[in-house]
Ligand binder design. Structure first.
Ligand code: FES
Length: 167
């Protein structure tokens, strides 16, 4: 089996030195998996596999145990995410106002499916349950911005603005 360092050599974008200090702080703290994963994600934006392996090695727990925690909690992401996170609400109020057309627009415009990131790493597309803004359904949240009473055309223009601001 390959060590975390060997895997990081195959994936040169993952700099394991960043988390050395963090792991020294939590040395032998087997119960600290969640706070460690939160800090790792804050650092890398997601949980790279070589980093998970390194955590397992240092805490002396199995890689599958770490993977189990990382996949159980929705807050953790195992793949790199885009610069902007698009959340299309699929709760009841949005569903009855054709939120599926908004998902279709995201798919058509950005060529990505749910839980995928665009090739340019600009957008990640997610479908979520009620965002608590049912009064302005259908709703899409992009990063921290709430966009309500959306039509596919309005969403198209909003996505164009994000693209232009990054160009
Ligand atoms: S159902 Fe979409 S905001 Fe509540």
């Amino acid at each position: 089996m390959k060590t975390a360092n060997e895997k990081s050599l195959q994936c040169p974008t993952v700099d394991l030195s960043i988390i050395e200090k963090l792991l020294n702080e939590y040395k032998d703290a087997r119960g600290a998996v969640i706070p460690i994963l939160q800090k790792v994600q804050a650092e890398y934006g997601y949980l790279p596999e070589p980093v998970l392996d390194l955590i397992a090695e240092r805490l002396n727990i199995s890689a599958s145990e770490i993977a189990g925690v990382a996949t159980f909690y929705a807050q953790f992401h195992l793949k790199p995410r885009g610069q902007h996170i698009i959340k299309v609400c699929c709760g009841t109020a949005c569903h009855v106002k054709n939120a599926k057309n908004l998902s279709a627009k995201v798919h058509e415009k950005l060529k990505i499916n749910v839980n995928e990131t665009s090739e340019d790493k600009l957008f990640t597309f997610e479908e979520v349950s009620c965002l608590g803004a049912c009064g302005i359904a259908p709703v899409v949240v992009i990063d921290e911005d709430v966009h309500g009473e959306l039509s596919p055309d309005k969403l198209d223009s909003i996505l164009d603005k994000y693209k232009k601001s990054e160009a």
